[in-house]
Write a protein that binds this ligand. Structure first.
Ligand SMILES: Cc1ncc(COP(=O)(O)O)c(C=O)c1O
Length: 460
């Protein structure tokens, strides 16, 4: 049987860890395209002050409010498992551990930040938060977070998921959120897109434009985001801090850490505390960090590192990151949470400074890995972390060839109970092994350079 390594409630971390002071070089500033110069654009208008402070803070450790830890107690600390049955099936000398975030109320890591964001908005007098959601994981997490602090929640859900995943919508509505299929008629951005293309199936970029516009045009509302921004990744570091303690109980330390990246929050939440060990000379081993993504949305493996907008309507400022272009329309793959065009600026810096390794996998190979995982460890993975499972399995198989007894740690950041359609399609052989074409990335980058020819002259 897989062995479970649990912690007491008292061991829920008391602080979050920020990587900003420990990055190999500082982040490039946000650029306001109207001024063609550094500036936060609309950012200060849509977030509470406490969140803005965390976004730019140079403090390494930031206290977690007691009220937030109190809500975390509902499901934290989350378990760490040694995947002994998977190891046996692979006949590998490696040890495989996974940290499981699927035990949260909404079934993923997302409530770690949703609860914190709802708390700070409530504290600063906001009555409602607006957000976007792709597959529905983030929307349901924020619906849950807002409910715990008694504020409203409006979710713009990408049309294709709204139609394909009605149960995620029901979950959000059960937690009192108002859910609109995006593009919607509720916002200027949505109406404009529908006028041009009434059957538009939506994208995260469009839904972000709608949620940001909602927050900008309503005094009582702010915006909440589920990934990419520094404060979101910061809130996820409870994951890695707990995992470190759990591995200590086993007298183990990882040689390599795998996670999947949509915007990069779950993976960062796991590896940042270990990265801190590494840069502060406390790590007993020279550990490696490996980010995995979908070949259908290869933001870090094929996307360029350049300034781009976070949303399709170009309401948000320009951010320096790996990107596939802000008007990227993702192919309809099942890993909804990995279908975003950009990657967190912090991860982008770490990647360009060669502090990370990256891999991209297609849908079929990751579902093959998820099937083996379900048959050995029992848990049905969310489609996104099937990429981490695939990475960990490949690493364990390499160990079998070399005889290395590596310690592999990966993040199983959610369960797949709402994703049975994906598994059904997989079992029926209906999933295409989609790879996003290189030429499309080149076209999008040319479009961006044509739009802002002055981008190349910026000194950042
Ligand atoms: C279960 C799950 N994993 C991973 C992701 C990807 O986001 P991130 O890279 O921020 O963890 C999502 C995003 O919605 C998700 O729902």
């Amino acid at each position: 049987m897989a062995s479970k390594i649990a912690l007491d409630k008292e061991e829920i971390p008391k602080q979050w860890y920020s990587i900003l002071p420990d990055l190999p070089r500082p982040l490039s500033p946000l650029i306001d395209p109207a001024k063609k110069a550094p500036g936060p654009g609309i950012v200060p208008l849509i977030f509470p002050k406490a969140i803005l402070g965390q976004e730019m803070s140079t403090e390494r450790w930031i206290d977690i409010p007691d009220e937030v830890r109190e809500v975390y107690r509902l499901w934290r600390p989350t378990p760490l498992f040694r995947a002994e049955r998977l190891e046996k099936a692979l006949k590998t000398p490696a040890k495989i551990y996974y940290k499981y975030e699927g035990v949260s109320p909404s079934g993923s890591h997302k409530p770690n930040t949703a609860v914190a964001q709802a708390y700070y908005n409530m504290k600063e007098g906001k009555e409602r938060m607006a957000t976007e959601t792709g597959a529905g994981q983030w929307g349901s997490a924020l619906a849950f977070g807002c409910m715990t602090f008694n504020i409203g929640c409006t979710v713009y859900m990408v049309r294709v998921s709204y139609d394909q995943k009605p149960y995620r919508r029901v979950l959000m509505e059960l937690w009192d959120a108002e859910v609109h299929a995006s593009p919607s008629t509720k916002t200027e951005a949505g109406r404009k897109i529908l006028a041009e293309d009434p059957d538009n199936s939506g994208s995260l970029g469009i839904a972000i434009s709608e949620a940001v516009e909602d927050a900008l045009t309503h005094e009582e509302a702010n915006y909440g985001i589920g990934s990419v921004f520094n404060h979101v990744l910061l809130h996820q570091t409870v994951i890695g801090q707990e995992a470190k303690k759990q591995l200590e109980l086993e007298d183990d330390y990882p040689d390599v850490i795998y996670g999947c990246i949509g915007g990069g929050s779950s993976f960062s939440g796991l590896f940042w505390p270990f990265y801190y060990d590494k840069v502060s000379g406390k790590a007993p081993k020279d550990l490696k960090f490996v980010a995995t993504e979908a070949t259908a949305c290869p933001s870090i493996t094929k996307g360029e590192y350049m300034y781009d907008h976070g949303d399709t309507a170009r309401i948000t400022p320009l951010v320096k990151m790996h990107t596939l272009g802000h008007d990227f329309i993702p192919p309809p793959i099942h890993s909804g949470g990995l279908r975003y065009h950009g990657i967190a600026p912090t991860l982008s810096v770490l990647n360009t400074e060669k502090k990370l390794e990256t891999r991209a996998y297609n849908q079929i190979e990751v579902f093959d890995a998820a099937k083996l995982f379900a048959k050995t460890e029992g848990i049905i993975s969310a489609p996104e972390p099937t990429h981490s499972i695939k990475g960990a399995i490949d690493e364990a198989l390499r160990c079998k060839e070399t005889g290395e007894e590596k310690v592999i740690l990966f993040l199983l950041c959610g369960h797949g109970h709402f994703d049975m359609q994906a598994y059904d399609d997989y079992l029926k052989g209906k999933l295409p092994p989609y790879t996003y074409p290189e030429e499309e990335v080149k076209k999008a980058m040319k479009k961006l350079r044509d739009l802002y020819p002055w981008l190349e002259t910026l000194p950042y």
